[in-house]
Write a protein of this length. Structure first.
Length: 371
């Protein structure tokens, strides 16, 4: 029997099970039908084994009408596939075809400058996943596993933050602006005395040896016992963040107002970077300002591998992120050795008399003249 090898061309291919006869196999459950960027968890329908550990679910083959002895007609777990079996089908002439991975170019041949080794490692693994005719769920999970294998070994992978958000420089500027008005604590609540339970954040260890949880607010029956101050009924949390022993930001999550039904409790979990010896929680409220909680000690050898850039930051980045008053020994010496470049004087621009820029400058000048 002839075998045809092909890359996934990007259009739908009608597949036949090779004329096999047998009972109709049930389809794998439809996990999502939403459009847009939606990540489906492979742990849907997961169950615990005898030892109490979560195991990925098993699904029947998605291809209908296969014979009981067909190699495809086996149960599978998300992320698993058999090379040479799941990526094959038959054309209208009953010729066996074996599909390859998705190509990144137009036409039959790649361009001369194409080199997959230039791509990031996870993209190289993604391109190795073949097209699996008639098995869209199995193919989707296989591609997800190629991009992030840890998603298939940890049920709570997406619930734990492992790196600073992409917008952390902007959030750091917001934090410093809010802290410039002062930082409140449980011992010094300023005019907000009586609301310490609502405002003082806390950080605590979790059953996961590498994870901590930061929270602020009250929940349950205790939320009604706090003193209510007129004017801040609809105050809300803007930023919930944590700093290490040098005052560097190690995690931050922004929040938004909930309107007429204000939230009363906020929380998230994260893995600190390696090199962290203490973690201090902070909470920044819209009206009631920034609040600091008690710190906890942390093992510097335990941390997130996604934040290796943070652990190995250069002196210039450390100078930008750390509190100079908290730096010690080697870190302080490295930061002090950084030479700050002198700021160059801005040369004024002389615009033509009747240009748009010149007229705009005149308008600003007239606006500044006292009336």
């Amino acid at each position: 029997m002839a075998v045809v090898r092909s890359h996934y061309p990007g259009f739908t291919v009608s597949s036949r099970p090779g004329g096999a006869q047998g009972p109709m196999a049930p389809l794998a459950p439809l996990l999502t039908s939403a459009s847009g960027q939606v990540q489906v968890s492979p742990w849907i329908d997961a169950t615990k084994d005898e030892e109490g550990k979560w195991q990925l679910p098993k699904y029947p083959c998605e291809v209908r009408g296969l014979a009981p002895d067909d190699p495809k007609n086996v149960s599978w777990r998300p992320g698993e596939y058999a090379q040479g079996v799941d990526n094959t089908d038959h054309d209208k002439n009953n010729i066996l075809r074996e599909w390859g991975g998705q190509k990144m170019w137009e036409g039959e041949r790649p361009p001369r400058e194409w080199n997959s080794r230039r791509l990031p490692p996870h993209m190289q693994e993604l391109l190795k996943v073949p097209h699996m005719p008639g098995q869209p769920m199995k193919e989707m999970f296989a591609r997800m596993k190629a991009l992030e294998p840890r998603l298939f070994t940890d049920k709570y992978f997406t619930e734990v933050k492992r790196n600073l958000p992409q917008a952390w420089p902007h959030l750091l500027r917001r934090i410093r602006w809010a802290e410039s008005f002062g930082i409140n604590t449980e011992a010094n609540p300023a005019e907000w005395a009586g609301q310490e339970k609502q405002l003082v954040p806390a950080v605590y260890l979790t059953p996961r040896f590498d994870t901590v949880t930061v929270c602020v607010g009250t929940s349950g029956a205790s939320s009604s016992s706090s003193k209510v101050i007129p004017g801040v009924e609809y105050d809300y949390l803007e930023l919930l963040y944590a700093k290490d022993q040098e005052g560097k930001l190690i995690q931050v999550v922004p929040f938004e107002s909930c309107g007429m039904t204000p939230a009363v409790f906020w929380s998230y979990s994260f893995i600190p970077p390696k090199g962290t010896t203490s973690i201090t929680p902070f909470a920044s409220f819209k009206f009631r300002g920034v609040w600091k909680g008690d710190d906890i000690e942390w093992d510097s050898a335990v941390g997130s591998q996604d934040m290796d850039w943070f652990t190995n930051m250069d002196a210039e980045t450390r100078r930008h992120m750390a509190d100079p008053a908290l730096l010690e020994d080697r870190s302080k010496a490295e930061v002090d050795a950084v030479k700050v470049p002198k700021r160059e004087k801005e040369v004024p621009v002389l615009w033509p008399e009747n240009s748009y820029q010149g007229n705009a400058a005149k308008a600003r000048m007239w606006d500044q003249i006292p009336k």
